[in-house]
Design a protein around this ligand. Structure first.
Ligand code: PLP
Length: 414
């Protein structure tokens, strides 16, 4: 099927369909089906409405798009290539191609979103940036964009995470950001988001909250999806150009869901292509020690949005576990919840052990060292029931493994 032509009749689509691109668009209040919305304190409502309005205006403005595209090209290094993985293809009987978000400046897809939101902050005249971070990757990407644009930057990070990711704390400081360790709750990402929201409520006039994933209250799930859509738009065009057809399946890891939704968005209208999201199975779904709300959670409210979450019978958010800090989150973006219930995307989980095996496998067989998060997306390539021999698959490698070398050395003991 030539590029640009899509079978408009095959996938019926949700509430509103953009005629040319067939992208899912949330309703005015940010609902993807039953999911999404805005469950926030009253004081944040005007700020979220302003953000939605300003983003829509910027996104429709060719000058804003040109400026962002210029930075993505000359600063981030886009387009990232696709790479055919010959040796793992041979071993699995699949035809495997990899989208290389690991080659972006700062080492992952997160910079696409951070740059876009910081440019929007500039356009809105907000000089103070705040952000949350878990492992530190979104904090580093945001601090990087702030240094580039001369914005002041404050990052909220769980105290536990500042200890686990000392090097990223140093990176953020080197880039001129102030890092606030958060000592409430479990002292991890969930608590850092709560604290960043508290800051935003207090300083909403001059402050822009750069949210790190496609979750949270509207418009973030939509806004972040749009800023990450460049991944799938590029990959689809590159694949068509190289192979003259689309893959049978696309895979991506799912934490909050930004790399996956940015990658899937371009392919959602391609009804014959399977889309598979891989969550963090931790020590196994039956152990309860995981971070897989779509595979074993239920709908509930977390961080301002109605979506699948990991919760107990009383709606209390459960603790999570994953070997990869970037997937260690009890919630997920609203659009993923919607795509799951529609049956358009299949969600599976890979355990810590399966992800670590895939991590070594990719290094030894392809000379590629993925982030622990990204390694999850490769784990299902061993599953011939999920992916029959002969399938053509395109895997999004969301980031590179440099940040995980210390943990890997400790765990793998080569
Ligand atoms: C943060 C991160 C993720 C998880 O976040 P999503 O919003 O689900 O994409 C995945 N991969 C890498 C490399 C990350 O840094």
């Amino acid at each position: 099927m030539p590029q640009g032509i899509r079978s408009l009749s095959v996938w019926p689509g949700p509430q509103r369909v953009n005629c040319c691109q067939m992208l899912i668009h949330p309703d005015a209040k940010g609902h993807f089906g039953a999911f999404g919305g805005r469950f926030v304190p009253e004081t944040l409502m005007p700020a979220l409405e302003e953000l939605a309005r300003e983003f829509d205006a910027a996104w429709a403005d060719p000058a804003f798009r040109d400026e962002l595209n210029g930075y993505l090209r000359d600063y981030v290094g886009r387009p990232s290539p696709i790479t055919e993985a010959r040796r793992i293809s041979e071993e699995t009987g699949l035809h495997v191609t990899i989208k290389r978000e690991d080659l972006n400046h700062t080492g992952a897809h997160k910079i696409n979103n951070a740059l876009g939101q910081c440019l929007l902050a500039l356009r809105m005249g907000k000089q103070r940036i705040i952000a949350e971070t878990g492992a530190g990757q979104h904090g580093v990407a945001t601090a990087t964009a702030c240094a580039l644009f001369g914005l002041s930057c404050e990052i909220y990070m769980g105290e536990e995470d500042t200890r686990r990711q000392e090097l990223n704390v140093f990176r953020m400081k080197l880039l001129g950001a102030k890092v606030h360790p958060v000592s409430s709750g479990t002292r991890t990402l969930k608590d850092a988001i709560n604290e960043a929201m508290r800051d935003w409520v207090t300083n909403v006039r001059d402050t822009f909250y750069v949210f790190g994933t496609a979750a949270g209250p509207h418009p973030y799930p939509y806004l972040v999806r749009e800023l990450q859509r460049v991944i799938g738009d590029e990959a689809r065009a590159q694949y068509l150009e190289r192979y003259g057809r689309l893959p049978d399946a696309g895979l991506a890891c799912v934490g909050g869901g930004s790399n996956a939704i940015g990658f899937f968005a371009a392919f959602v209208p391609d009804a014959n292509m399977r889309l598979i999201g891989v969550e963090a199975g931790g020590l196994g779904l039956s152990s309860g020690q995981h971070a897989a709300p779509l595979s074993s959670g239920s709908p509930g409210v977390l961080h301002g949005s109605y979506s699948y979450v990991m919760q107990d019978d009383n709606g209390q958010i459960l603790g999570t576990h994953s070997v990869s800090a970037g997937l260690d989150y009890p919630g997920v973006g609203a659009e993923h919840s919607y795509l799951k219930d529609l049956g358009r995307v299949e969600y599976v989980a890979a355990t810590d052990e399966e992800a670590l095996q895939a991590f070594r496998w990719l290094a030894e067989k392809e000379g590629l060292i993925p982030a622990f998060e990204s390694a999850h997306a490769f784990a299902p390539l061993h599953d011939r029931e999920l992916l029959p021999a002969g399938s053509r698959v395109l895997v999004n490698m969301s980031g590179r493994g440099d940040k995980d070398m210390e943990s890997a050395a400790r765990i793998l003991k080569l």
